[in-house]
Design a protein. Structure first.
Length: 405
């Protein structure tokens, strides 16, 4: 072959190489192809298994086990037809839900649309691992939920101080215009966008957000006669309702769903406008034997470890003999701060006694308990949690109203 033929052959080969390289680059650009990252490699070793699906109290429960080697997160449940068309996308409460290797988790969600038939339930982790389960589902539509009810706030009962909280668990805004608030005795209280007073001042409830509703005349919850709250859509269909309950103690406790949005209803310190939870408080310091005459000088210090202010009005401090004193109306403890409650008269014994902070409701919530402590020294030393809120009790010089160190 002459030199010209060789040159032509080399040129053709170069053109072929360039064309192939260009095709590969174009393919990678179009498909957004990347070399496997560490998380993708982990995904190949991670597996999810939907073990069961059930409906309970208008809530979908999906039982998922992580049978892989790495922790995964799930933030979406897809409901598909049997032909694999997406019908709706649900966000589990407390999403993203983390599942450790070997762990069984329950994804709980409500649906904005009514479901009745056979469906495919699909979940997908943040690592791209998917699991599909076929199930028969009959689920009522519930785009929003009643989340908290305050039927007897602290202080003198007066019009307009009762309130309810509505929660939007989805990732989409929802318009509550013309939704109605009723009580369980079939009395309409108000209509959102008409005569209800809402906070924020809008009919739109944002994703993962709360709307406080008040403004009705009369009283929703009687002190002794059980009643409840009913939320109806503009057609009069019941969307959600609370259980029947009475509220006779005028504490800062409300009836609320715990866990937030879907749990059982229970009395607990109010979480108005944010996620319901079992609010944690500590009896942080305990003075049972102050210097001199103990009369009107015993005290306990209550510590708030939360990021929000807590109202203590009308909660009680007990000793181990069942005696108690009531915290006065309009008592608040700011976030990460201290409230000193002085005992009227004398209540604590110096030998093996303790303080209990609890609700006045019969069988009500106990917020903290010091356990039995002995203070035989008539001086300025107190029992203290060191550091604040810990389980470690130390007997040392008082730090009344300040950090224990």
């Amino acid at each position: 072959m002459n030199n010209k033929g060789i040159s032509d052959t080399i040129a053709i080969l170069l053109l072929i190489v360039v064309a192939v390289a260009a095709s590969v680059i174009l393919y990678m650009w179009i498909t957004d192809y990347n070399l496997p990252s560490q998380s993708q490699e982990e995904a190949l070793q991670s597996m999810l298994k939907i073990e069961a699906v059930e409906v309970e109290d208008d809530k979908l429960k999906v039982y998922v086990r992580n049978i892989g080697e790495f922790r995964v997160q799930i933030d979406t449940i897809y409901i598909l037809s049997l032909s694999q068309t997406i019908i709706t996308k649900l966000t589990p409460f407390e999403a993203p839900v983390e599942i450790e290797p070997g762990e069984l988790a329950i994804l709980v969600a409500t649906s904005p649309v009514e479901l009745d038939g056979n469906y495919l339930i699909q979940i997908e982790s943040t690592k791209g691992v998917m699991s599909v389960f076929r199930a028969k589902i009959a689920l009522k539509a519930k785009p929003v939920v009643l989340n908290e009810v305050e039927g007897n706030p602290p202080g003198v009962d007066r019009l307009g101080i009762e309130w309810i909280e509505i929660y939007n668990p989805s990732n989409q805004p929802f318009n509550l215009a013309s939704y109605e608030i009723w009580d369980s005795e079939n009395h309409r209280l108000c209509t959102i966008g008409v005569d209800c007073v809402t906070q924020p001042d809008s009919t739109i409830i944002q994703p993962k957000s709360y709307m406080i509703v008040t403004g009705w005349t009369g009283y929703l919850i009687d002190n002794y006669d059980p009643d409840g709250v009913v939320l109806k859509d503009p057609r009069g269909k019941v969307v959600d309702k609370s259980p029947l309950f009475a509220d006779s103690w005028s504490t800062a406790e409300s009836m609320q769903r715990i866990p937030n949005g879907y749990g059982d209803w229970t009395f607990s310190l109010s979480t108005k406008g944010f996620a319901n939870q079992l609010v944690k408080l500590y009896i942080n310091e305990y003075e049972a034997n102050p210097t001199g005459n103990d009369w009107n000088d015993e005290w306990v210090e209550i510590y708030n470890p939360n990021d929000f202010t807590i109202e203590l009005s009308n909660l009680r401090v007990y000793n181990y003999d069942g005696n108690y004193r009531t915290i006065s109306y309009s008592s608040f403890v700011p976030p990460h701060s201290y409230y000193v409650f002085t005992i009227l008269g004398a209540m604590f014994t110096n030998d093996a006694d303790g303080a209990i902070l609890r609700s006045p409701y019969p069988g009500g919530r106990i917020y903290d308990d010091t356990g039995l402590l002995t203070d035989g020294e008539d001086n300025n030393k107190t029992w203290q949690r060191v550091p604040d809120g810990s389980k470690n009790w130390v007997f040392k010089e008082a730090t009344k109203g300040a950090s224990n160190g």
